[in-house]
Write a protein that binds this ligand. Sequence first.
Ligand code: SF4
Length: 447
Amino acid sequence: MGKTFIEDIAQRLRIIPNLDRERSDGAKTPLKSFPEPEDWHDHVELDANEWPKMVEKRYSLVPTTCFNCESACGLLAYVDKESGQVSKFEGNPHHPGSRGRNCAKGPATINQINDTERILHPMKRVGPRGEGGWERVSWDQALDEISTKIRESLKTGAKDRVVYHVGRPGHEGYTNRILKAWGVDGHNSHTNICSAGARTGYALWHRHDRPSPDHANAKVILLTSSHLETGHYFNPHAQRILEGMMDGAKLVVIDPRLSNTAAMADHWVPTWPGSESALFLSWASMILERDLYDRDFVENWVNWEEWLQADYPDEESSFERFIELLKEEYSQYTPEFAAKECRIPVEQVIEVGEIVANAGSRLATHVWRAAAIGNLGGWQVSRTLHLLNVLTGSVGTEGGTSPNSWSKFKPELFDVPPDPDGWNELHFPPEYTTTSCPWDMPPRGTT
Ligand code: SF4
């Protein structure tokens, strides 16, 4: 179609770009969300900095991973074929978790590459600690000095003087292996005050230390956190929570705060901080009392015979008797008990409890952070939450909640060193016997 009279005038006055300009091939092809993988080795797009001139730039697109949070979404690095530099990051549509959709921090990875304050060399403190004096040293000097100090500590038996701290462990256990080989229990990260509580609760159920909920296929999505905007795995989870909701799933959010996620929920349950386990126990009791438990799953996957032997050795060892005794044990966790502990109306305990109890095998649950670590005994939050999945038989089902690493390749390391017998009590205080759990070894005080 030709130019209109108005466009012609506007073009002459340079109010709009030159519509008669030559267009690149790229501009003639239909718009696409992502470049096709067959073009990744030689992707062509127009240089935005040259606009309105049509200057083509050629890129190699290299798949990589965002590590600005543990979701580890897929990215494509756009490597300028002329300069060899990364020009930008975009989503990788073929990544199974993020599927090409990233939060703002993904593409912002370019800022880290180009950060003028990025530390590129080993630095050694000069002058008193805290004064901010640093000098650049060689890698050889840094490695020699640090390894000599570590060696001196280990040789003199001072195992409590070696601690390794990392912001986000991404080493798949390999660093722990080295520390164990040194005989030191010195791995430290923010996990101790972050996910350790919830992970302990899950590990006690099935060794795997996190849940992997199938939100997209769930009937009920039960969150003890604010996953749509701040909870962990929020981008991959948020995508699937929204898919589940569009398919009719009910969203239940347990959060003292009216978070953005809570605001999107069908039911917001503002429990008093630290009381969440009471709510889950009362819902467990409700499932038992109403015979809504999945008999096949519980009978075959729960160690009910061992429990009877340990706690009721004189009782008949039958599943029916086990259920009767379990009902008796949980009968103390009434809706009134939960309402009092959680400081919410008893009607809400019952109304939301009925939704959860009737979710069957399509109950997708998740808990992270605040509830399970910010309170004494917080690890019981994930333990009692997962009990709801166990009772409803929603473990490893479509729309249910799977152990996180079922489908993850985890190489077994050869020649595993024994667990260490020394640690620094500033790192593992004696009163933290069960709240810190390095994942390839049991918590202190357990076997
Ligand atoms: S959610 Fe955002 S910050 Fe986290 S890995 Fe994905 S893109 Fe990166």
